[in-house]
Ligand binder design. Sequence first.
Ligand code: IDP
Ligand code: MG
Length: 133
Amino acid sequence: MERTYIMLKPDAVKRGLMGEIISRIERKAFKITNVKMITLNEEILREHYAHLVDKPFFPDMVTYMTSGPVLAMIVEGDDVVKGMRNIMGATKWLEAEAGTIRGDYANSTTENLIHGSDSVENAEIEIKRFFGE
Ligand code: IDP
Ligand code: MG
């Protein structure tokens, strides 16, 4: 069974949107097989977002991502990596279509509520990074 790493970011937790987002994952019939609430630090973010460390927005992203706990999850299902990316919506909030999580609830590109792995290979790396399995 394919798996992906999903993370509800600090704004989702602070805004009380965890239940809403989890409902959408469950309504799509994907299976949540592990969850934990954790607080990230800059070190793990530099690893997780290695492709972005040189971007001008990276310092603001670290401030945001360390501003409170995140809900880390493992989600399973057929084609779940692409399927979760579809229900999340595009990275840039103005490009995220209505009906997607980001399209319905985000009005910032940095504070965009949710992370989902972008490939099957990265999903396994990220699950190992955050769950050690
Ligand atoms: P993704 O989260 O849709 O996979 P990535 O390109 O991997 O998008 O970027 C990781 C995170 O970095 C985004 O979710 C967002 O929080 C932040 N980010 C990406 N691009 C920008 C940008 O152009 N401005 C501000 N923040 C950005
Ligand atoms: Mg990404």
